[in-house]
Ligand binder design. Structure first.
Ligand SMILES: C[S@@+](CC[C@H](N)C(=O)[O-])C[C@H]1O[C@@H](n2cnc3c(N)ncnc32)[C@H](O)[C@@H]1O
Length: 339
C-alpha cells in the first residue's frame, strides 16, 4: 500500500515539496501524490527509507507505511490482528486532522484485537489516523512519536551568533530540498554562522561551508564544534570565484547575502547570485556521477531581488515563498543541474 507522510500544516508549498524531495533522494523512481493538503501518499514501501524520511522532514509530523483506507474505524482496523504488535510493545493512536474521541475509539479496537497496552507519552508503535476530506487513512510507524530538537540549536543557543542566522527548521528544509544523502558532500557557499552546516552534519552528510569574512568563518567552525560535529568544516573563501576545485560536491543549498543583516562587501545580491550560479554549474557538473542522479542547488533570497542565474546550466524546477514580515518575503528557488 506504500507510505503516508503527514505535514505540519503551515499554509505554504514547501512542506509538501520537502517530502517529495526526500522521496526522490532515497527512491528516485517512487511516485508521490497529495491525498489532501496535509497528507502525501507515496508508493515507497521500504521501512528503513520511510523512517529516514520521517526523521529528516522538518515539516513532517508523521511518516509510516499505509495500513488501510476507509470510511469507518471498523473498516480501517480490519487489517489489524494479534500479530500486528509484538508482545510487550506499546502503542498510541495519534492524529493531526481528527479529534481525540475517534482516536480513543480506534485505540480501544486495536487494544481488543492485539492485547497491547497504550502509552500516550512513549509508545513503541504509532498508528496515525487522518482524514483526507474524502475518506480516512491509517498509517503505522515503529519509530515512536516524533520529537523535534530545534530549540537546542536555535541561533541564540549557539556559541557564535549573528542577526542574519536562520532557524534550524528552515535550515533543515533547505538542506532537504538539495536532495543530499548521508555520506555525500554538501556545500553552503555563504554559510554565515553555519545554520545549514549544523543540520546537514547532523544528518550524517559530509559538509563544507564558505564565508568571505574570516571571523565569521571561524565563528561557524566554533558552532560546529559546539555540537561536537566532526564531519564538517568551514573555510574563508569567495564563493563568487568560479574556479573553486569542488567537483566532489553533490549538492548545494544557501541563504544568499543580501546586505540587510549580512555583508555583501559592496556587491549587489543579484550579481552575487549570477556569479555564484556560474561557479555552481562547474561544481555540480555531473560528468563523474556514475549513478546519473540529478544534482541540485537551492538558493534562498528576498523575493524582491531579481533572480538572474545561468539558464543554460540550470533548470528552475521549484520556487517557494515564505512570508517573514511586512518588508521581507523569502523566495526559495530549487535549481536542477542540466545534464
Ligand atoms: C545571509 S548570510 C548567511 C546566514 C546563514 N544562513 C546563517 O544562518 O548564519 C550570508 C553570508 O555570506 C557571506 N558572504 C558575502 N559575500 C560572500 C562571498 N562572496 N563569498 C562567501 N561568503 C560571502 C557574508 O559574510 C554572510 O555571512
Amino acid at each position: 500500500m506504500g507510505s503516508i507522510f503527514v505535514l505540519s500544516g503551515e499554509d505554504y508549498t514547501f512542506p509538501s515539496a520537502e517530502i517529495r524531495a526526500l522521496v526522490e533522494t532515497y527512491s528516485p523512481s517512487s511516485i508521490c501524490e497529495n491525498l489532501s493538503t496535509r497528507i502525501i501518499h507515496s508508493d515507497l514501501n521500504d521501512t528503513n527509507l520511510i523512517s529516514k524520511i520521517n526523521q529528516r522532514g522538518a515539516y513532517c509530523r508523521f511518516g509510516g507505511w499505509l495500513l488501510s483506507k476507509g470510511s469507518s474505524i471498523e473498516q480501517l482496523s480490519e487489517i489489524i490482528g494479534s500479530e500486528t504488535i509484538e508482545t510487550g510493545k506499546t502503542f498510541v493512536v495519534d492524529s493531526e486532522t481528527l479529534d481525540r474521541p475517534i482516536c480513543a475509539d480506534l485505540g480501544a479496537l486495536i487494544k481488543a484485537k492485539t492485547n497491547a497496552s497504550v502509552s500516550l507519552e512513549n509508545p513503541d508503535i504509532v498508528f496515525q489516523l487522518e482524514s483526507t476530506g474524502r475518506e480516512m487513512v491509517l498509517g503505522m510507524s515503529k519509530d515512536g512519536l516524533k520529537t523535534f530538537t530545534w530549540r537546542q540549536r536555535r541561533p541564540r543557543a549557539r556559541k557564535f551568533f549573528l542577526p542574519s542566522a536562520i532557524f534550524p527548521k528552515l535550515a533543515c528544509l533547505l538542506v532537504n530540498l538539495s536532495r543530499v544523502k548521508e555520506d555525500e558532500y554538501f556545500l553552503d557557499p555563504f554559510c554565515g554562522t553555519g545554520s545549514l552546516l549544523i543540520e546537514s552534519c547532523l544528518m550524517g552528510v559530509n559538509t563544507l561551508g564558505f564565508d568571505l569574512t574570516r571571523w565569521i568563518a571561524r565563528g561557524a567552525q566554533m558552532n560546529l564544534k559546539g555540537f561536537s560535529i566532526e564531519n564538517g568544516g568551514v573555510v574563508r573563501a569567495d564563493s563568487t570565484n568560479s574556479h573553486l576545485p569542488l567537483r566532489f560536491v553533490d549538492a548545494i543549498a544557501t541563504d544568499v547575502p543580501y546586505g540587510r543583516a549580512s555583508s555583501t562587501k559592496g556587491k549587489e545580491t543579484k550579481t552575487i547570485i549570477k556569479e555564484f550560479t556560474k561557479a555552481a554549474a562547474e561544481i555540480l557538473s555531473a560528468s563523474d556521477d556514475t549513478l546519473k542522479r540529478s544534482k541540485y542547488c537551492v538558493l534562498m533570497r528576498p523575493s524582491e531581488i531579481e533572480f538572474d542565474y545561468d539558464e543554460s546550466a540550470f533548470e528552475l524546477c521549484e520556487e517557494h515563498f515564505l512570508y517573514v514580515h511586512r518588508t521581507l518575503t523569502r523566495a526559495i528557488s530549487v535549481l536542477r543541474r542540466r545534464s
